[in-house]
Ligand binder design. Sequence first.
Ligand SMILES: Nc1ncnc2c1ncn2[C@@H]1O[C@H](COP(=O)(O)OP(=O)(O)OP(=O)(O)O)[C@@H](O)[C@H]1O
Length: 722
Amino acid sequence: MTQSILNPDKFHSSGRSVSEEKLMVAVRVRPLRGDEGPRIVHVVSDKMLVLEEEADVRRDVLRQRRVNDKHYVYDRVFGEDSTQEDVYEVICAPLVGDTLNGIAGAIFAYGATGAGKTHTMSGLMSRALNHLFTSISESDDTDSFDVKLSYIEIYNENIRDLLNPGAGPLELRDEGGSGPPVVAGLSEVRALDASHVAELLARGDRSRTAEPTYANQHSSRGHALLSVSVSKTVSNGIQRGRLFLIDLAGSERAGLRARRLEGAHINRSLLALGNCIMALSGGARYVNYRDSKLTRLLREVLGGRCRTAMVAHVSPAATHRDTTRSTLHYAQRASAITNKVERELIETPMHLSQYRNVIHELRDEIARLKTKMKDDRSKSRDEQLKINEVLSKEECEEKSAHLKSLRESIVSTFKQQMRLRRRLMELDSHLLGLALDAERQHAAISHWEARFNRLYKPISFTGSRLSTQQSYRGGTGASSTASGGSGSERAEAEVAVEQAWAELAAVEREQETARAERLRIERQLEQVRLRGAQLEQELPAHIENGPEREVLSLVCRVHELEADKLALQGERAARAHELRRRDLALQRRDAQRRLTDEIITRQRRALEEYGIGVQQDLAQLYELYQQEIHASTYTDSNDYYTPYRLPPISLSMSELAWSESSSGSGRGSSSGSGGDRRLPQLAPTPRPRTRYSQASATTLKRYSSDDSLVITAPRASDRAAP
Ligand SMILES: Nc1ncnc2c1ncn2[C@@H]1O[C@H](COP(=O)(O)OP(=O)(O)OP(=O)(O)O)[C@@H](O)[C@H]1O
């Protein structure tokens, strides 16, 4: 029977938020089938197994065997008679506990085709989800959990949505930074209960690609990744735990012709996975996850922030000796991988005014409760005694029980109010975030419209978004040259705009849902507040004894502490908000600066190319500008933004310019005087055109972080005749 898993410390002794942990590696040996020949894998204990290697027939068989047989030790070994429940309890149950406590966990099944991966994973998936829902339903705050599922298959390097199999292949997109890539357009289904989940899983499993192989009549031909996300509303944000259950496709020997492509894809991604395992276990500083979609997606699972378990599967039969050896070897290497396990808390970015409102309401409530206590105190002591004398013992008990239930109702109403208020604040910030997302999509659309000169042109569509997409496909009749951009750019624009519209539509749908939810919560909150007010009305008539008054003052104190806590959180959120705002402003400035740099460089290049002299004051400004940019080369410590910089006025540049001019080939010497003063030269001016291009490109490249910005000189034939 699975244990209760809502206690965060039950499964992790360390209270630290980040802990370095080794991958847990288990091996499961599936039962031997009648047609498979002799058994060569022997489970010695729950941590060790032995693989019999082929005996050298020229020598004493028994002795040789003893020398060749290889012992393998893992965190856990499951023998042929192990049950699904055994594997679940040891490998998966602790990770389900983690998920509920905001920690990401992952289990992946590894092994050759027919070794038992799908058998194990289907058992784990159904048990994990049942366990999850049972634990949530047993918790005090069932309503604060939100469970979502997504289920994908990587088949032939295409990502398929198993919960929405009709949709086309999905794109895997890097979001920048070091975060994991996202699968664009993937459906995330809110799971209501265990039976709903069972239905979703069955639907997903039906959509998986399966075919017979030499070792398995029902072989999964794609990697399946089930992701369960459990969000829980906590005082300072949303705690999010995730559980990834991954059933990898099994490697197989080169098979039927028809399966060659899929086999190649499977083997390639497994090879990439193997390489990652080798690199990570060897402590490599650079791990290449980019070789396959599988490894890109598993980045969090291997070497990331997940608590990960690998269940390697082997057949005990002699016919599979080579694949078994290879699986056991990788499993052993994997046990050296370390992950940095971390609790994930998405702090709710709330607007300061939201905090102020809630704090204000709380303080009102405290004041009301305190007044009631004061009123009550005003009753004379004699009066109280008289009342008590008149009441019988039963009546006293009844009254005290009533008071107790009244007090509990007040506390529970207060808790409900706080929960609903927080939910409202969350929804408000969610709506703010969605507005930002929508802005981002609009910006992407504007970008492409500007790229194709459509930003300030009336687009011939009557409120239809599709017609805007059409315009990139040439639907508006504008020629490719008129609107600019090559064919491939056009295709890129088409995809980008289509995606931006699709995402915008999804954001708008989400906004509608969030607004409806907000309205519902607002109504609920109003009802709870009314109920609270009614309960408070009942209080003055009843409170006349010390302990009850004490309890009431405690309730007040809790309210006060809650208000203080919110005030502190509000201040912190305001600071974080300000930092984010400044960050965004800096990013915008940086983008503007890059554009300005490019424009200035191009203009300077043109002036230099055509031998146009500039006014002295402009030349001085250019120099100042260069010095400024040059200075920023040494002060800019932000690695993410390496802005394109103008070549600084450096000794080497002057030397280059000098050597060119002294050899008589330079046109842009800085030795010009007065109004004819030339700009500091950007690059040497070679006579043969080919040398020129190479030299300037190389020189500029030294300063440019982006090759696309390297400017090449116009061809001599392009220049106007004097
Ligand atoms: N531990 C087990 N107990 C009983 N039967 C098992 C066990 N493991 C595997 N099997 C059976 O062996 C067969 C192959 O197993 P399974 O489909 O899980 O292999 P697989 O590793 O997922 O293969 P593939 O990579 O080709 O999909 C199935 O019929 C399955 O029911």
